[in-house]
Design a protein around this ligand. Structure first.
Ligand code: HAM
Length: 430
């Protein structure tokens, strides 16, 4: 016998118990986004590779080592499975000229792909809900996006998520800081690890984000970007903080928060929990005013964030939340050829009035079918055998209460089932 094939490492099946939870989460997320005026957009999962190298930055972990890139065998195009959604979203907005009549608030949801080392909370295929506001300049949209996060954690009943905030200023401010930073780090060349040495002249800001304990002390003493910010950047940052304070959202400023994608400027933020081990960032984002131009559009400010669905749902379960398994209203038991034909009509008729019906397929004795009916969690079994078929009736049998079963004519079935399920039955039985 040949060996069963397995999914790719770091790419997970989401089995029915979990998938139902995902659906619940997605429903809630849709309502939440609507409450803030965001509209959905769906982009392809595969994009031209240069989109990501241009948007995310050539010298980032994602572009250097984590992208699933390949050549289209038919036309030689360089393609990549999207590692994130912002670049695709901005491409779509430019391609379809969506900003022609003013700013847009957009969101998307779906799988992203990064060839990282899989561990708890870090996968090679993972899912994001991403939110992008394009064409908005002031700190109000940045702050609103942060308030959105706070509301969602509240709606989901999630605790222990803290907010970290930083301001990356503008390109000129970062350039001045960068040259001082390179000078400082070069002066401590003996303390740099291989990764840092490689990044020294390409992406020194990322060195500040090092996890290497041997470099912590040296990094603490490095020039801080916040000290290089001019009046406008500081005013923007202060504007965001003021709205957060007014709304009672707690935050801490983390000057070492630099993010792993190069398109950010001004506000950056991360929502972090200590409950998930090393992969504690459940949501992250910030302002990216330069990206539209970088991807060939006319200048447009923008701000957004994305949350990791696997991480949020892991936190949700970790905090003791459980989902009730959805069950059918009715389990339809049927035996014999004539009964089977009636059963199809009855099932469709009950679905017409909005009921969830699990129709027993595949035959079997009444006893085995009733076992399935019981296991399904349905409140009510409808039984159609030869007797019932001949009489034009079905038997209604309550499965969760000790009420008597009774026979009902087919054309009265919908009313009887509806009355029983929705409780306006006066004799308490079926
Ligand atoms: P990011 O920080 O790379 O930002 O990813 C956002 C979130 O996706 C992370 O905070 C995390 O929850 C989740 N995530 C990332 N990688 C993985 C992984 N390998 N496994 C599981 N979850 C993961 C972005 O992607 C930006 N596009 C966010 C953004 C939108 N900025 C502006 N607009």
């Amino acid at each position: 016998m040949s060996q069963t094939l397995q999914a790719i490492r770091g790419m997970n099946d989401i089995l029915p118990d979990d998938a139902e939870l995902w659906e619940e989460f997605e429903d809630l997320v849709r309502q939440w986004l609507r409450a803030y005026g965001y509209r959905p957009i769906r982009m392809p999962i595969v994009e031209p590779t240069p989109l990501f190298s241009r948007a995310i930055g050539e010298v980032t972990d994602i572009v250097e080592k984590e992208m699933y890139s390949f050549e289209d065998r038919l036309n030689g195009e360089h393609l990549t499975l999207r590692p994130e959604g912002t670049a695709s979203c901005v491409r779509a907005v430019l391609q379809h000229n969506l900003l022609y009549d003013g700013p847009k608030r957009l969101w998307y949801m779906g799988p992203m792909f990064r060839h990282e080392r899989p561990q708890k909370g870090r996968y090679r295929q993972f899912h994001q809900v991403g939110v992008e506001a394009l064409g908005y300049e002031g700190p109000d949209v940045d702050a609103e996006q942060i308030l959105m996060g706070a509301r969602l954690w509240h709606d989901l009943g999630l605790r222990d998520i803290r907010l970290e905030l930083n301001c990356l200023g503008q390109a000129e401010e970062r350039a001045r800081h960068r040259s001082d930073l390179i000078a400082y780090l070069s002066g401590h060349a003996d303390r740099l690890d291989d990764d840092a040495r490689r990044r020294l002249h390409t992406n020194p800001l990322r060195i500040l984000d090092t996890k290497n304990p041997a470099m912590q002390e040296m990094v603490e003493g490095a020039p801080k970007l916040l000290d290089y910010l001019g009046g406008e950047s500081l005013a923007h940052f202060e504007g965001v903080q003021r709205i957060l304070r007014d709304a009672g959202i707690g935050f801490s400023i983390n000057p070492r928060l630099v993010r792993g994608l190069d398109y950010y400027n001004l506000t950056v933020f991360e929502w972090v929990t200590d409950r998930l081990g090393a992969q504690g960032t459940v949501c992250a984002g910030g302002r990216y005013d330069g990206l539209v131009v970088q991807l060939g559009g006319k200048p447009q400010p923008a701000c957004g964030f994305a949350m990791g669905v696997e991480r949020l749902l892991a936190l949700w379960s970790d905090q003791g939340n459980r989902l009730e398994r959805p069950v059918p209203d009715v389990y339809l038991v049927n035996q014999g050829e004539a009964a089977a034909r009636h059963a199809f009509r009855v099932a469709e008729h009950l679905r017409d009035i909005g009921l969830a019906v699990q129709h027993h397929c595949g035959g079997g004795s009444f006893k085995s079918q009733m076992k399935r009916a019981d296991a399904s969690g349905a409140a009510l079994a409808i039984i159609i055998g030869d007797d019932e078929a001949a009489a034009g009736e079905a038997t209604l049998k309550p499965l969760r209460e000790s009420a008597e079963q009774r026979r009902v004519a087919f054309d009265e079935l919908a009313d009887a089932v509806g009355a029983w399920l929705y409780g306006d039955d006066d004799d308490g039985g079926v």
